[in-house]
Design a protein around this ligand. Sequence first.
Ligand SMILES: [Zn+2]
Ligand SMILES: [Zn+2]
Length: 298
Amino acid sequence: MKINYNGVEQSVFKSALHTHTTNSDGKFSPEEVIGLYQKKGYDVLAFTDHRKTNPVSSYDGKNMTLLSGIELHPAGPRDIRWHILGLGVPENFSGCEPASGQEAVDAVLDSGGVAFAAHPYWCGFTAAEVASLKGISGIEVYNSSCRYIGKEYNMSYWDELLDAGCRYSALAVDDVHRPHDLFRGFTMIIAPDKSPQSLINALRNGDFYASQGPLFTSLNFKGGVISADFTASVAAVCCMRRSSGRCVAVEDNDGPGSGNKEVTHLEFDLGDIHDQYIRIQLRDADGRMAWSNPFYLK
Ligand SMILES: [Zn+2]
Ligand SMILES: [Zn+2]
């Protein structure tokens, strides 16, 4: 798959980045997880079992790139445990039992990986507590396995953190433990190739977007103009600081099949607005969302 990203035609790789197996509390073996995502056409699969890595180099990825990862659970503020996703850590990663959230993030970064705060709403952290972790690349904006208590979306966290000056990207993930977590949130990584190092670099640089279904075919921000092309969506908005933003479409009527106008393009000249961020958010007729990473207006 391709995307026109910042004026350049680039490859984009469908990725499942938060996955548990029978090596921790997942229902599927590593081989079963590989088979499930491979059949659905994914390009990249990360194993992120609780407190332990997997020997991914010994697995047959069936044409998918397998990333070594981990989910870490050090003690956090107010007796809440952190859920910190480390991607691109070595298989012999030694920081599996960190004493603090910051120690977890530092261990992931020192080993060459990238760190994200997983499902902060589900955990119960405040945005300020998340912002206290120095060096994370961002958060999960959507986590499928948090649906069961209605805490799968993290948009207001993200905007609060962006408004506070945290330059955070956001992933969409399944956090698969059981069959009904599967195939509801994925991350599209924009990279020159799907080698682990290229994928981790792209994650570190924010070159990706998060989705439950809608796909971007272009994403550009140049000369104060933001523009995007995407699959048919009934809502397409730009989220900016506080009460500011832009809207090209939003549902007029309720429910799927209600005849809402679908759009596939947005373009806004932001003029002399500066010193803040802008991110694009889509929703299709089935209610599935997609989120670009923020662009920063200088
Ligand atoms: Zn978790
Ligand atoms: Zn998890």
